[in-house]
Design a binder for this molecule. Structure first.
Ligand SMILES: [Zn+2]
Length: 177
């Protein structure tokens, strides 16, 4: 089913109900967030939208008759002036990103913070034996013990392949089925 689309009166971009919920489009005025934001950033001479008053120009005034009754953007402008709507939009955006983000948790055979897990990750990239030995020595770990663990090719139900040449080590993980 195709969702209903709304057109921004300023840029003619199309928006959906999801965009309304996420503050990307304001149905009351049929103007999109992007257009409002550029109006806000435009000079005073072009638009007073979303601006605070300064010495020279009149910006938003919660008591002014124009701002309260006449302005077609009266419901939205204050939200830009006090940044509330900008924050809401950012929050909504962040939530959407999190929701749509595929959750990829790479599970290693060892506890993530453990030294052996770090060695495991190092060897996944492929490492010269001399480097691994130095790496272990640096951490007061016997490299033979590390190699012993890695040669098992199986731990906590996770399997990998231990490839050893004369002077380097490379682990295949995860294994393709
Ligand atoms: Zn627009």
């Amino acid at each position: 089913m195709k969702s209903i689309q709304f057109e921004c009166l300023l840029c003619n971009e199309l928006f959906t109900e999801i965009d309304i919920i996420n503050f990307r489009f304001f149905i009351a005025t049929r103007v999109c967030y992007t257009c409002y934001r550029s109006l806000q950033k435009s000079p005073f001479s072009y638009s007073c939208f979303g601006k605070k008053s300064d010495d020279k120009y009149l910006g938003y005034d919660s008591l002014a008759h124009e701002c309260r009754e006449l302005c077609p953007d009266r419901k939205i402008c204050p939200g830009f002036v006090n940044k509330k709507l900008i924050k809401l939009r950012k929050l909504a955006e962040a939530e959407t990103v999190v929701k749509n983000k595929p959750i990829v948790i790479r599970q290693y055979p060892f506890r993530p913070s453990s030294l052996i897990c770090k060695a495991f990750k190092l060897c996944m990239k492929g490492v010269p034996l001399t480097v691994l030995k130095r790496w272990c020595k640096h951490r007061n770990k016997n490299h033979n013990w590390v190699l012993l663990m890695l040669r098992k090719e199986n731990k906590n139900g996770r399997r990998w392949r231990f490839n050893e040449t004369r002077d380097s080590i490379k682990l295949d993980y995860p294994l393709s089925r």
